[in-house]
Design a binder for this molecule. Structure first.
Ligand SMILES: Nc1ncnc2c1ncn2[C@@H]1O[C@H](COP(=O)(O)OP(=O)(O)O)[C@@H](O)[C@H]1O
Ligand SMILES: [Mg+2]
Length: 234
């Protein structure tokens, strides 16, 4: 579904990604882990088309996408939930959800999607008319994910969804990732909560200083404390 080959990315003169290669197959949950500053967010942003200076090859759903604008990647079925969530102030939960739908969708389809998303995220269902910014941090994160799901993406890129969120909500959120996977969504997840991420993932890539230093099945990495200690402490 997503193939990244020898990806480099720069911010001004800093060469941040230095030849990243990774693959996410259809229906998989793949996690990218690594210390702060390793380049995880930059990897997701470059895949989504939000970093100007980059080279290498990225193909999504058999389309070469590097060099295409972010909105085209979105229309091909790639969604991205950034670290900072970006709930739009002044809008209710439902209005925020409506923002996520592709402009061409009909009103009927929109209502149907809200219904479906609300079933997947019961916590949002109870709060559809509440102002989005008055939700708790964890609920805002769920809203950001639910909003991305409104466009029915084939694949979603999630950047540290559990950051700053109460453990009980994190568990609930991860249960929803399992649901999304069961519904056929492919997921590339960046996550500091390694234990929880591994429990959910098929495969894992470990990143350090702009390169992939290790990749393995989640099951194998669970029983590899050295790698976890070396590369995953914050
Ligand atoms: N907008 C930016 N401009 C310049 N440097 C940046 C920018 N964003 C991130 N960086 C640098 O790129 C490196 C990788 O950052 P990032 O991808 O955010 O890492 P991670 O998500 O793994 O913590 C860090 O050294 C960071 O300081
Ligand atoms: Mg980051």
């Amino acid at each position: 579904m997503l193939t990244v080959n020898n990806l480099s990315a720069w911010y001004r003169y800093s060469h941040i990604l230095q030849g990243v290669s990774l693959e996410v197959k259809q229906g998989e949950i793949v996690t990218l882990i690594g210390r702060n500053g390793a380049g995880k967010t930059t990897t997701l942003k470059t895949i989504m088309g939000l970093v100007d200076k980059c080279s290498g090859d990225v193909s999504f759903d058999s389309h070469p996408i590097l060099g295409r604008p972010a909105h085209e990647r979105f229309h091909l079925g790639l969604a991205y939930v950034p670290e900072d969530r970006r709930i739009v102030p002044g809008l209710t939960v439902e209005e925020n959800l409506r923002l996520g739908i592709i402009a061409s969708a009909s009103r009927a389809k929109e209502a149907q999607m809200i219904e479906r998303i609300a079933e997947t995220f019961p916590r949002l269902k109870q709060r559809l008319s509440q102002q989005g910014v008055t939700l708790s941090g964890g609920e805002q994160q769920m809203l950001a994910i639910a909003r991305a799901m409104m466009a029915e993406p084939k694949m979603i890129l999630l950047d540290e969804p559990s950051e700053g969120i109460m453990p009980i909500l994190v568990e609930e959120m991860f249960a929803q990732f399992r649901n999304l996977k069961a519904q056929g969504t492919t997921i590339l997840l960046v996550e500091q909560n390694v234990e929880l991420a591994l429990s959910l993932s098929d495969r894992v890539y470990v990143m350090d200083q702009g390169v992939i230093v290790h990749h393995d099945s989640a099951a194998a990495l669970i029983s590899n404390p050295e790698i976890q200690e070396k590369y995953c402490s914050v």
